[in-house]
Ligand binder design. Structure first.
Ligand code: SAM
Length: 331
């Protein structure tokens, strides 16, 4: 019998985001400090078999139709290609995608495509090497560009590029970034900076808003709201210059879309989070390691979803940032 990951507000989760590791090989200033974080101990992280078992339960029993692997940086997980292959082989076959910073992607893009990966999102906030090094604290822009090219050559399109604009750092580069992506056939989406940094330094009045981003883009491009319905997609889309491409804005803070959310998250240590901003998690790992049946795990997962909050509440004065940062939850 298939259960549904439904909550009390009429939403049903069908899109599973799985963090494969909390570790990352970049140190983006808006995500984590230069020295990194206290990484999860190895034995608390789900093994490849445990990840695939939980994903299988989601797909076979709970109506999960899309599975996106993320992190941390999923490409640093050794078993990634095999996890993708086993996930893509599940029935009914889910759509399998990856969110990555693309370091090392040039080497594995072909293997990932062959394993059944359908789509890829690459995070890239600037195409200037100096700004890249400032934001990520690593001089690796060339590797990201090579990763993007390899992904395209491997047929992992349409490739989406996700960018965060930071005031005084790269907020003057929106037009340049869009031009670069349009030339290469990548779909660019700007994401508003969210209060999910490990340092808890996010400030609402410092955030570059969707409105500002669109104003900047509109100075150089003709933008028309895209005709296709948005559905549960986080990005609002615009057609650029009569259809030469599209650009998206994910306005999680200034124009929240929680009412249409169809996502559920699984952390690298086996905790279900019913919202990116949830302050509570539900442990599946201990149940799994204690010998729970698929049915018992599915029941726990269903229970974890029921209490999903109607909205993230960032604009509420009582909002509290989750204890775990984005890198540990899985972005
Ligand atoms: N390492 C992978 C990557 O770079 O795509 C996956 C994890 S990373 C946390 C996923 C996305 O979250 C990236 O696009 C990153 O820019 C974004 N991100 C991290 N912290 C953020 C924040 N505070 N607000 C908005 N986006 C954030």
């Amino acid at each position: 019998m298939t259960l549904a990951l439904a909550d009390r507000h009429g939403r049903v989760a069908t899109d599973l985001r799985v963090s494969l590791t909390d570790r990352c090989n970049l140190r983006c200033s808006y995500c984590m400090p230069a020295e990194g974080l206290d990484w999860l101990p190895d034995d608390s992280v789900l093994t490849d078999d445990e990840v695939v078992r939980l994903v299988r339960i989601g797909v076979e029993r709970l109506g999960i139709r899309e599975v996106r692997f993320t992190g941390g940086e999923p490409l640093v997980r050794r078993g990634l290609v095999d996890i993708v292959r086993r996930t893509a082989a599940l029935a009914p076959a889910p759509e399998v995608s990856l969110t990555t910073n693309a370091l090392g992607l040039a080497r594995v893009a072909g293997a990932l495509a062959e394993a059944g990966l359908a789509r890829i999102n690459v995070s890239l906030d600037t195409v200037r090497a100096d700004t890249f090094a400032t934001i990520t604290r690593r001089d690796r822009l060339k590797d990201v560009v090579a990763g993007l090219e390899a992904a395209q050559a491997a047929g992992l399109g349409p490739i989406k590029v996700n960018a965060v604009l930071l005031r005084g750092v790269n907020d003057d580069q929106a037009v340049e970034l869009l031009g670069w992506c349009l030339e290469r056939g990548y779909e660019l989406r700007f994401i508003e900076q969210m209060p999910l940094d490990a340092q808890h330094a996010w400030q609402r009045d410092q955030m570059v808003t969707a409105e500002e981003i669109l104003e900047r883009l509109a100075a150089a491009y003709d933008l028309v709201p895209a005709s296709e319905p948005r559905g549960s997609a986080p990005a609002e889309l615009w057609s650029v210059d009569g259809g030469v491409g599209t650009v998206g804005v994910i306005a999680s803070v200034s124009r929240p879309f929680c009412g249409d959310c169809d996502r559920v998250r699984l952390t690298a240590d086996g905790q279900v989070r019913n919202c990116l901003f949830a302050r509570q998690e539900s442990d599946l790992r201990d149940a799994l390691r204690a010998g729970a049946t698929d049915e018992e795990i599915a029941d726990r997962w269903v229970t974890a979803m029921v209490g999903k909050a109607p909205g993230h509440g960032i604009e509420d004065p009582t909002f509290l940032q989750p204890d775990r940062p984005m890198s540990a939850i899985g972005g």
